[in-house]
Write a protein that binds this ligand. Structure first.
Ligand code: DSN
Length: 466
């Protein structure tokens, strides 16, 4: 495929003159490589000095992080483990390239391959999510949501998102975030008995405050969101509807969760959670009248040049997400989360909403009388990585919390099976119960858990080269 494509620029065959120059260039490069190997010529040190020679400190930090990831079990719900191909794709020569603008309309020369790459990423994103518009340039989740607000709102407008404590996100109107500072922000929560979104409350809050933008989407909500019901509310109050599917995008891409694309004005997602790609954002839409507004908001409204090296890795992740292996992986992600829930319930540990439909397991620690902060620090000592999280009706701050959030993406990517997740749930349950009973994790339990974790880590190694 490469050999065919290399003779094309922007998908068009090169003319013969350019092709001859190109062929000559490839020969020179190959001769040069041989000369270098034979020590006949010297190489500019800029291209020769490796990280291990130049910067031992940074190199050792990178190695330590690989060792940390390899020797612990990662249950952070917003993280994942990328493939070798995605990791390779991110590390590329586009790190050198400015490409402000969009394919076919850039502010810099030399963008022919940047154009080609961005078009590939856009096409794959559109195919994956079955939509007409995709913007692959947002650098992050925060920026994709800011861009949507820039496109649709004016400062001072009212926005409505989910309460942070119930599973909403900082960028959906939190007062400590620009979304809650520059806009008047109101929120909806969940039914405290069921732990699920109460659409009557959503409608009531919407009617009371008439938001210009309603945001549906969460960071710690284990249940399926009813996009059609949100659309009905948005239509009643004549508001834009944004779905932020960052956590469940991968499950939506493979049809395990319903897609919001036909019900919402705009859909946003990060690319590094269940999508298993590089860190970054993505904006999707089927509303033609919004396409230009969204594009102009991302660039030049909010960002400068896109990170083309990251866009290369996004394109690869979008390709992976269309393959059978990925579909099977998403199925396992959900099955593994359900398996953990059952083990916790068996140990009489409370689960927010009493179950899960996705990759998330939200543990309610209130009845155990312990905090998320205590638990995550003890789990860290046992080589299990998770995060404290507020839960509905939480009386504690986001720094302490009555909840623990677990997610199955990273460990499923690593290869852990349902029975392994059950074993991990048992380990975590033992830790929780001992903190409840003794206020700490005893040395024997800490040692036992570490050994069990290392046993699993050994069985499912992370095989990146550093
Ligand atoms: N902080 C991320 C999460 O953990 O869900 C979202 O930005």
């Amino acid at each position: 495929m490469l050999t065919n494509n290399i003779w094309k620029i922007n998908g068009q065959p090169m003319n013969n003159t350019i092709k001859r120059i190109w062929e000559r260039f490839l020969i020179i490069i190959s001769q040069r490589k041989q000369q270098v190997n034979m020590n006949v010529v010297t190489v500019n040190p800029l291209f020769k000095t490796s990280l291990s020679t130049l910067d031992v400190l940074v190199e050792s930090i990178l190695k330590n992080e690989l060792i940390r990831q390899t020797t612990s079990l990662n249950l952070i719900a917003s993280e994942n483990l990328v493939s070798k191909a995605v990791l390779e794709a991110q590390n590329n020569v586009f790190i050198n390239k400015y490409a402000e603008g969009y394919p076919g309309s850039r502010y810099y020369g030399g963008c022919m391959f940047a154009d080609e790459l961005e078009k590939v990423a856009i096409d794959r994103a559109k195919r994956l999510f079955k939509c007409e518009y995709a913007n692959v340039q947002p650098h992050s989740g925060s920026q994709m949501n800011q861009a949507v607000m820039l496109a649709l709102l004016s400062p001072g407008d009212t926005i409505m998102g989910m309460d942070l404590k119930c599973g909403g996100h900082l960028t959906h109107g939190s007062t400590v975030n620009i979304s809650g500072m520059w806009f008047k922000s109101v929120s909806y929560g969940v039914d405290l008995k069921t732990g699920t979104i109460d659409m009557n409350e959503v409608l009531n809050v919407a009617i009371r405050h008439r938001p210009k933008l309603i945001i549906a989407g969460t960071t710690s909500y284990p249940r399926t969101i009813d996009w059609k019901a949100f659309r009905r509310v948005a239509d009643i109050v004549d508001s834009f509807l944004l779905a932020d599917i960052s956590h469940v995008a991968g499950l939506i891409a493979t049809g395990l969760q319903p897609s919001p694309i036909d019900h919402c004005d705009v859909v946003t997602t990060t690319t590094h959670k269940s999508l298993r790609g590089p860190r970054g954002g993505l904006i999707l839409s089927n509303k033609r009248e919004l396409f230009n507004r969204l594009s102009n908001a991302v660039f030049p409204g909010l960002q400068g040049g896109p990170m083309m090296n990251i866009i290369a890795a996004k394109a690869v992740a979008f390709l992976e997400a269309q393959q059978d292996e990925y579909r099977i992986w998403t199925k396992s992600v959900v099955e593994n989360a359900k398996a953990m829930v059952e083990r916790f319930k068996h140990k009489k540990i409370d689960i927010v909403s009493n179950g899960t439909d996705n990759h998330l397991v939200m543990i309610d620690l209130k009845n155990l009388g312990i905090t998320g902060k205590q638990v995550t620090s003890w789990l860290d000592r046992c080589y299990i990585t998770a995060n404290k999280n507020t839960i509905p009706n939480d009386l504690l701050s986001a720094n302490t919390t009555s909840g623990l959030r677990l997610g199955t993406c990273a460990c499923t990517s690593r290869g852990l099976k349902k029975e392994d997740f059950e074993r991990v749930a048992d380990m975590i349950a033992d830790v929780l119960l001992e903190i409840k009973n003794k206020g700490e994790v005893s040395l024997p339990l800490e040692t036992r858990t570490r050994m069990e974790v290392l046993d699993l880590a050994d069985k499912y190694p992370i095989c990146y080269n550093v």
